[in-house]
Write a protein that binds this ligand. Structure first.
Ligand SMILES: [Zn+2]
Length: 861
């Protein structure tokens, strides 16, 4: 027993008191009785208790698992908070005028009292089973995915049949009698994670995004209070699915439904943790209440009919959608940089009545996630979200991108007290931290980067780990998890604990991950700084990078572990290919530098054209004298495999004797100008190159550089396409009075000092390789099989296959990844065969440029 936690009788007394104080807003009733004849309390909160059942409702359940006391305690505090503030808080008044709160504060009163008074870690109810054992796991006693078992002493024994228990029967009856419920939240402890309903299939549902965003927005309310980060994990095959849970039953009734795992242990320290958990969850619950009305089954606001990508660039993405025209409707679009992100005012990028949107000023080679909902401007009611779009912007013209996965042989964990450490490699999840049995443990991760060119200059990098389980690992609020770059020159055996413990770390990368940031279902990323990228490159030995992940090394009294479990993506416990430890790199390569010499040079004045002389200024009548230059690009390699990354023009002045305020501009001009004065004065200027220089500056600096800006570089690249000539004009200007008979000259014939166009370029394909051919769907052993033929191009690097049930993916990220590699088939291993979906097949080269996809449409029979 813990004195600060309220008993079941205490809460009944508190609720009865609230009912007498706030009869207009609050009601307590019994919806059934337990085996031990306790009433199962249901409380209702509404702006008007008489009409409560006619409003869309939030359904809260707590402590269905006896030892998870937070649910009961939070219900008492949340109900009290709402009632105390309802008359003064206009937001609460608005929400509760439109919606209702139903709460079953404790769905397992017998078990709860047993846990309070006798056996703290009791989980089930108190049914006496036929064989003399006690208890059914009530959260395995609902019918969806119910698993029949005779193991009655198991902690997850689901009972003789679905709804065999009085506690689950009354939850069922209440939910069936209240179709106004739109959101159901079932409170458990522990794990700091939301588990939305998973639908038992390996496919996203139309409302997967609604559940993720609901949870993400609640998580953001929690983060605002104490900085704690909550995960969101919709378990999907091959992960273990939760059978017979209340959450899945509510979801089967058309209710958005999630489990909320609160805190770091089942029964937490009330003063240190529980107070904070309650404080965090009150605003999260108020947020959920705000959304209740938007998910009403008879809501007049439908989600958009489609949401598509129409164009992807290195810094922009164009989107379009479809909706029945209605002047009262506008659309909200949210943009995030990570999956399972909140959608609130801070990432709302447009409110528009248009059916398309162009998002600009994006970064290159970055993932962006877009979400859309319709809003009625009169009622402010919102539609559900359409399934999320995921895009990766193209690489910048001088960039390449690589995703490297950990290799199985060199990736595993080593623990101080285990003698089978080598056996973990390529098989077991990565356990990092400390455990009373295993002792200290590290993960070692090896990444093969053979395809990274030797002359690569890494511009950006991130290391990513997928947290596989935060619930069974029970992490307390202390310690941090770091990733170190290992010096392989001094490294011993990576499967030996002593050697790993003694590894020399060149430097730790990114920022540490603190314990309150650990969760599951959301990738953890360590982003490298520029200096860390340099060391990352230097650390490569035999085409391999080795990283060590470490966590806390000391246990606190009374605790058995402080250990995180990350996915390895291999072996029977791994979630597969997409969940392997991942290193993302953006790089460029050292350019080739060439100096081009002019094909022709002229000085053009009103009276004459002089070949091979560079003079500019003003003649005796005050007319401008120009110099012109032509270059030819034919010595550069072919356009399709070459990117010009930098260009500048070099001039060397001579004979400087003027003091007048004359400035000189170098213009990039259309190459079709003739060398006549008329032609020059009517020239078409593409862009000024660099900045103008004054006659005075020339005295101090014999050499002048005019550097191309981005626009001139783009045009220069275009000129390369046709290998055409390019032309420049050196033009004098003066701001003051007319200047007469003043000129400056530059070196024209001396090879070292004559004008030069200096160009830096890298070899890089501009266009993708061809698409696959002969793409087909077929069935093999009950699974959908995708087959194709790869193109024969020598630059072909691989094929990527993704699936999406809601749109034809234009982006190679916009869906579930099924395959990437050089094979010519893949199986949709866990995919459902009873729903329609699209498979998109992209080819890619080593940039990568992705081809336009070949789309195959699967129609369920
Ligand atoms: Zn639980």
């Amino acid at each position: 027993m813990k004195i600060l936690y309220r008993s079941y009788d205490d809460s009944t007394t508190i609720f009865k008191k609230l009912e007498s104080e706030y009869p207009k807003y609050f009601k307590i009733e019994s919806i059934g009785q337990t085996w031990e004849k306790r009433d199962i309390n249901l409380i209702t909160i509404s702006k008007n208790i008489k009409t409560a059942n006619s409003k869309p409702a939030l359904f809260y359940t707590g402590t269905i698992h006896a030892r998870e006391w937070i649910g009961h305690e939070l219900a008492i505090e949340f109900a009290s908070y709402v009632l105390k503030n309802l008359e003064t808080d206009p937001t609460l008044q608005t929400y509760l005028s439109e919606s209702t709160i139903y709460m079953v504060p404790c769905a397992n009163p017998d078990g709860y009292e047993y846990s309070r008074n006798h056996f703290s870690f009791w989980r089930k109810n108190r049914r006496q089973n036929m064989d003399g054992t006690y208890g059914v796991d009530l959260n395995r006693n609902f019918p969806i995915g119910f698993v029949k078992s005779t193991n009655t002493s198991s902690n997850v024994y689901g009972g003789p049949e679905p709804f065999s228990e009085p506690e689950t029967q009354c939850l069922r009856d209440f939910v069936l009698a209240h179709p106004n419920i739109t959101i159901a939240l079932d409170y458990h402890s522990q794990g700091n994670v939301f588990f939305p309903a998973h639908d038992f299939r390996h496919e996203d549902t139309i409302d997967t995004i609604d559940m993720n965003i609901l949870c993400a927005n609640m998580a953001e309310e929690i983060r605002k209070i104490a900085g704690r980060e909550y995960g969101i994990h919709q378990g999907k095959p091959p992960a273990k699915l939760i059978s017979g849970s209340g959450r899945e039953f509510y979801y089967s009734q058309g209710i958005l439904s999630s489990v909320v795992e609160v805190g770091t242990r089942n029964i937490s320290d009330y003063m240190e943790d529980m107070n904070e958990n309650i404080r965090e969850h009150i605003p999260a619950l108020i947020y959920a209440l705000k959304e209740v009305d938007n998910y009403s089954k008879n809501s007049p606001i439908q989600r958009v009919n489609s949401f598509d990508i129409t164009e992807i660039g290195s810094n922009h993405v164009n989107l379009k959608w479809d909706y029945k025209v209605n002047k009262d409707i506008y659309f909200e679009i949210f943009r995030s940089r990570s999956d399972k992100h909140y959608c609130n005012t801070s990432n709302l990028i447009t409110k528009t009545q248009s059916l398309e949107f162009s998002d600009i000023n994006l970064a290159s080679n970055k993932d962006y996630f877009y979400n859309i909902r319709a809003v009625n401007k009169k009622t402010n009611q919102k539609s559900p979200f359409y399934p999320q779009i995921r895009v990766r912007t193209s690489v910048e013209y001088d960039e390449y991108s690589r995703t490297y996965y950990a290799n199985a042989k060199g990736t595993g964990y080593v623990a101080e007290n285990l003698n089978n450490n080598p056996k973990h490699f390529g098989v077991n999840s990565l356990f990092v931290g400390v455990d009373e049995n295993k002792g200290i443990s590290y993960a070692v991760i090896s990444v093969n980067v053979k395809s990274l060119p030797k002359n690569a200059l890494i511009k950006g990098a991130s290391f990513n780990l997928y947290p596989i389980n935060r619930v069974s690992t029970t992490i307390e609020k202390y310690g941090e998890w770091n990733v170190g770059l290992v010096n392989q020159e001094t490294m011993g055996d990576i499967t030996n604990f002593e050697d790993v413990d003694n590894m020399e770390i060149i430097r730790y990368i990114g920022r540490p991950t603190e314990s309150h940031q650990l969760t599951q279902g959301i990738w953890r990323t360590w982003s490298l700084s520029g200096l860390e990228c340099l060391d990352l490159k230097k650390s490569i030995v035999d085409d391999t990078i080795v990283l060590r992940v470490e966590g806390p090394k000391e246990l606190r009294i009374g605790r058995t572990k402080q250990m995180m479990q990350w996915d390895i993506g291999y072996g029977k416990y791994g979630f597969g290919l997409s969940y392997r430890p991942r290193l993302e790199l953006t790089y460029t390569i050292e350019p080739t530098v060439v100096a081009l010499y002019p094909k022709s040079i002229h000085t053009v004045s009103n009276s004459e054209v002089i070949d091979d002389v560079i003079t500019a200024g003003f003649d005796e009548k005050g007319n401008k004298i120009y110099s012109t230059f032509k270059f030819n690009l034919s010595s550069l390699p072919p356009y399709n495999n070459t990117m010009i990354t930098k260009a500048y023009f070099e001039l060397n002045s001579t004979k400087i004797y003027i003091k007048d305020d004359i400035r000189f501009h170098l213009e990039f001009v259309d190459e079709n100008i003739e060398k006549s004065y008329k032609d020059i004065t009517n020239r078409e200027v593409i862009q000024n190159v660099g900045y103008d220089i004054s006659a005075n500056e020339l005295k101090n600096n014999q050499t002048q550089y005019f550097v191309f800006d981005s626009f001139s570089e783009i045009i220069l690249n275009e000129k390369l396409k046709n290998k055409s000539d390019i032309a420049f004009v050196l033009k004098p200007t003066s701001a003051t009075k007319i200047i007469k008979d003043k000129t400056v000259s530059w070196e024209a014939s001396n090879t070292a000092l004559c004008p030069k166009l200096i160009i830096e370029y890298i070899p890089k394909r501009r266009l993708p390789v061809e698409q696959v051919t002969n793409a087909q769907l077929s069935m093999e052993n009950g699974k959908i099989k995708v087959t194709w033929n790869n193109p024969k191009d020598e630059d072909f690097t691989g094929t990527k296959v993704i699936k999406n049930a809601y749109r034809k993916p234009l982006s190679a990220q916009d869906g579930q990844k099924l395959y990437a590699g050089v094979d010519e088939y893949t199986l949709d291993d866990f995919g459902a065969t009873d729903i329609d979906k699209y498979y998109a097949i992209f080819t890619y080269d080593d940039v990568p440029n992705y081809s336009k996809p070949i789309i195959l449409e699967y129609k369920a029979k």
